[in-house]
Ligand binder design. Structure first.
Ligand SMILES: *[C@@H]1O[C@H](CO)[C@@H](O)[C@H](O)[C@H]1NC(C)=O
Ligand SMILES: *[C@@H]1O[C@H](CO)[C@@H](O)[C@H](O)[C@H]1NC(C)=O
Ligand SMILES: *[C@@H]1O[C@H](CO)[C@@H](O)[C@H](O)[C@H]1NC(C)=O
Length: 896
């Protein structure tokens, strides 16, 4: 509170100071401001600015009056007592449109209007929040003429940076947010007037108040045909605003292309937030504006939030080598490569370094502002350029984008190009945000009719509606993970029509069902108490989803078009020519099309034995030619998801399995059905598990056979599948997949490499990486060499704000979340020094692994797919249950 008061004092001082300067030395201040403009404003605004600034201070005052007058008629719909409030909040918008020009305008506010002061002060401070923006540095120069502590804004740049505690930020937000803005913005804004910039509107107002009044009057007569005159300036766009209004709080008008800055501002707001619900809300606010104003831009915006260019199976990916990006940034900003490199190292992120470099750069004739859809198109083009000769073309393209970047655009553009957005936004949150956006502001091909559908509904009613939307969207997305198909349907037909339009289709991989780890046979029985279930051997290979589409006419399968997808929906067709060639042996004549869920396992044809995963991983990853294949595979088929033009995902497993056995053949050493047994007693399960281990399997999969829980239904997050690993027999504990977030320098013979590491699990609820344990065993010297080298690429200057750890365990180096390792441990214990699953089992303590050992690198898992905090909690509890022989099942949700 102290700082705020102080700040108000200072800002008043500046206002007075500038006002005085304008009165006494009009020319001086004009020239100062034109320098500012030349640096950062677009050419258009510069021109308009010049038309306004040469006026005498008297004129400026006049302008304020005019503004008040012109706006009064607009307030007719509101009671008089809030009319003033409205006006001031409206002007506050205008004022903030670019702090460069607002200074002289604000120079002479009505002296009596005390209410306005704190508000404007907020605007100024939020202006500094958006720093480092082009405008911020010249402004600093300007303001430094005032008292030196002017920038002690409680919301100054530093606090909003990554390290800022989100809570703190929220606190500040609450304190300072103005009363709900009630600017009346009129519908439809396709006319040139609405398209004009803030400043031009101002100019109009100040130069011809009369004509403006006339317009207003005629507008009033025309009623609904009114136009928008006020838009939030792009640099002030705030999707985190409470009571966000999809039109009034947007920074573009209906029919206009979504500014890339609106998206960048959204990403920035998300990055500054760590609470998942708030992230979803911010993103949904942005989506709502897009749905109302420019629905055709929703698809590129969704893709760019996810940093995806196309469905995963198109393998169109960015990930431009950092050196090229540095080169491009250096060339654009007139720096050396070394300077850029060291700045990137200092920021811990090339994107932030690029933003800073861009901010201090002078651009006299700025290119037109970037639009989201054009940036997306350009990113696709860059990703699509291949071959040696493409490098220069790529750099040129990147430079043309980069020079047009304003504000925080540079940061996210560069990160997108790097292939990692790193804002802590999971796909589940994007889907949830889409659900929230469409539940609140339902899309309509003829134009959105309801801006806020939650009005008139009780909280429970709205939540029910939201849950329904979310389930439909997530289920559809799991069966058809393709936004190119999903988004247009969403906009055209609405959420309810999704399942009917976006169906599971051979050729488009679906998200696979994953299994939930369990800690022993007891737990299986606890969970599946009243269910009929089956146990299958869990093969240690690679997940393979085999798709065979129907041929022309649909009477026979088109084997030439068959494809194979990985667990992450990558197209791995070219990796397995041998499997594809053998398809005729698998399919009976009754099959015209199908999708099979399988595990491809390395296989010794001579001894007819399953080989370990390590052998399979030596196979070529793509474009394998059959003659060169040394590692033979046998495919173990365990599920049938689609047969003869009919999706089976909603059918119970018992039926799917029956159809599988009816329509497909086993071929020894090539195609086999997973060995299974429908167990009813614990002894049976235990014995079957031992058989599986003897048969070179990892353990068992346990699946419900009949009823609603037996569907292949990923989005419902139910615990349909469990896995029971052989470790239970050994009593050592399940293996755990962890993310490496820090390294400790080695000593003695480990000097020069990392000798120990800080590991984390992933908390889906809060989208955080939570420190789980330190690890230093299980590595060979060679492992440490390769792992250290690999991790060196991911070194970051400071821990991410979505890392949760205890300072007593701060590592020597922090890593961006990228590497996933499989580890094993003796057991799990509560620990005050670690954060994993904190709050789930104990409110103060996290869970830690005891005696962790490194097993292997999991290249097939992304950091978000690491063992979750929820799973860690369950493992801990399950272990407890076994110890204490309790029988109460834990009931935490798996993801997928
Ligand atoms: C990539 O380039 C090829 C030809 O060079 C073109 O046919 C294809 O449409 C491009 N794809 C994208 C996504 O731009
Ligand atoms: C699948 O294919 C992609 C693209 O060709 C490749 O990058 C990836 O490593 C492959 N995945 C596996 C598990 O082989
Ligand atoms: C997958 O790759 C194969 C060949 O590598 C190709 O024929 C097929 O069209 C691809 N499928 C998809 C969905 O991209």
């Amino acid at each position: 509170m102290f700082t705020i008061t102080k700040f108000i004092g200072h800002s008043r001082f500046i206002v007075k100071f500038v006002s005085l300067a304008v009165k006494v030395y009009p020319q001086v201040s004009i020239s100062t401001f034109s320098i500012i403009n030349a640096r950062s404003m677009s050419q258009k605004s510069i021109t308009s600015f010049f038309t306004i600034t040469p006026k005498k201070p008297v004129k400026v005052q006049q302008k304020n009056k005019d503004e008040d007058e012109t706006e009064s008629p607009n307030d007719t719909t509101s009671p008089p007592d809030i009319g003033k409030e409205k006006r001031s909040s409206k002007r506050q918008r205008l004022d903030s449109s670019g702090s460069e020009s607002s200074a002289p305008v604000e120079a002479s506010p009505p002296a009596s209007d005390k209410k306005k002061k704190p508000k404007r002060q907020r605007i100024e401070s939020s202006g500094s929040e958006t720093a480092p923006s082009p405008k911020s540095s010249p402004m600093k120069v300007e303001k430094s003429k005032g008292p030196p502590k002017t920038y002690n804004s409680p919301k100054s740049k530093k606090k909003v940076k990554e390290e800022a505690s989100p809570l703190q930020k929220k606190e500040v937000n609450k304190q300072k947010s103005p009363p709900k803005t009630q600017v009346k913005v009129k519908k439809e804004a396709t006319s040139p007037v609405a398209v004009k910039t803030e400043k031009e509107v101002k100019v109009e107002k100040s130069t011809s108040p009369e004509s403006k009044n006339e317009i207003k009057d005629s507008e009033k007569k025309e009623g609904k045909e009114n136009e928008e005159v006020t838009k939030v300036p792009e640099t002030e766009y705030d999707p985190a605003k409470p009571k966000y209004h999809p039109i009034n709080d947007a920074c573009w008008s209906r029919g206009q292309e979504v500014p890339y800055l609106a998206l960048a501002k959204t990403l920035e707001a998300i990055e500054a937030t760590s609470a998942r619900l708030k992230i979803v809300e911010i993103l949904s606010n942005f989506f709502r504006s897009v749905i109302v104003l420019t629905p055709e831009d929703l698809l590129p915006c969704v893709y760019m939030c996810l940093n995806q260019l196309a469905p995963a199976y198109h393998s169109l990916e960015l990930g431009i080598a950092e050196t090229y990006l540095m080169k491009a940034v250096a060339q654009c900003t007139g720096r050396t490569l070394a300077q850029v490199k060291s700045a990137a190292q200092k920021c811990g992120d090339l994107g932030s370094a690029a933003e800073q470099a861009r901010a201090t750069q002078r651009t006299m004739f700025a290119p037109p502002p970037l639009k989201a859809r054009k940036v997306f198109q350009a990113l696709k083009e860059v990703a699509n350029m291949t071959g040696q000769a493409s490098v220069n073309k790529k750099i040129a393209k990147i430079q043309s984008l980069f020079t047009a970047c304003r504000n925080c655009e540079a940061k996210y553009l560069i990160r997108s190009l790097e292939g990692k957005l790193r804002i802590g936004l999971a796909e589940q949150s994007v889907l949830q945000a889409l659900a929230l956006a469409t539940a609140t502001t339902p899309p309509d091909p003829d134009g959105v009719k309801v801006l806020d559908a939650s009005k008139g509904l009780s909280a429970e009613q709205f939540k029910a509606r939201l849950d329904e939307h979310a389930l439909t969207i997530k289920t559809t997305y799991c069966e058809c993970p393709n936004y190119d198909a999903l988004i247009p349907v969403l906009l055209q037909h609405g959420v309810a029509a999704l399942p009917q339009h976006c169906r599971l289709t051979p050729g488009v991989p679906l998200k696979p069902m994953l299994a939930h780890p369990t800690k022993g046979v007891h737990e299986v029985f606890n969970r599946f108490e009243n269910e009929q279930f089956t146990c299958e051997w869990k093969y240690d290979g690679e997940r393979a989803q085999i798709h065979v589409p129907a041929g022309e006419g649909g009477a026979a399968p088109d084997l030439a078009k068959a494809s194979i997808f990985s667990r992450n929906q990558e197209n791995n067709t070219s990796k397995y020519p041998d499997i594809l060639r053998r398809l005729p042996g698998l399919l009976k004549d009754s099959v015209t099309s199908c999708v099979l869920d399988c595990e491809a396992v390395a296989y010794d044809v001579e001894t007819k034995k399953i080989l370990p995963f390590q052998i399979l991983s030596t196979r070529k990853r793509k474009d394998a030619s059959e003659a060169d294949i040394k590692v033979q595979v046998c495919v173990f088929v365990f599920d049938l998801l689609y047969l003869n033009d009919r999706p089976l995902v909603r059918e119970p497993l018992a039926d799917r399995r029956r159809l599988l056995q009816e329509h497909f053949n086993e071929v020894e050493g090539e195609w086999q059905f997973a060995t299974s047994k429908d167990c009813t007693t614990m002894e049976e399960v235990q014995q079957f598990l031992e058989e599986a281990v003897k048969g070179s399997c990892e353990g068992l999969m346990v699946k419900t056979l009949v009823g609603a829980h037996a569907r292949y239904d990923i989005a419902r997050r139910s615990h349909n599948w469990l896995k029971l690993k052989k470790d239970y027999l050994e009593g050592v504990g399940d293996t755990i997949d962890v993310v490496v977030i820090g390294g400790y320098r080695g000593r003695g013979k480990r000097t020069g490499v990392y000798g120990g590491f800080l590991l984390a699990c992933y908390d889906h609820e809060n989208e955080q990486y939570q420190a789980l344990c330190k690890i230093g065993t299980g590595f060979s010297d060679e492992d440490l060499q390769t792992l250290s080298k690999e991790l060196e690429q991911h070194v970051i200057e400071a821990p991410k704000n979505y890392y949760s750890y205890d300072r007593s365990h701060s590592p020597d180096a922090w890593f961006g979340a990228a590497c996933v390792w499989e580890v094993r441990c003796a057991d799990l214990s509560l620990s005050p020094a670690h954060r994993a699953a904190i709050g789930l089992v104990d409110s103060e303590k996290g869970i830690s692994l005891r005696f962790p050992r490194f097993i292997r690198v999991r290249t097939d898992k992304t950091p978000e797919q690491a063992t979750s905090a929820q799973q860690i909690a369950e493992m801990y509890l399950a272990q407890d249950q076994i110890k204490n022989n309790k029988s109460k099942p834990t009931n935490l949700d798996d993801f997928y």
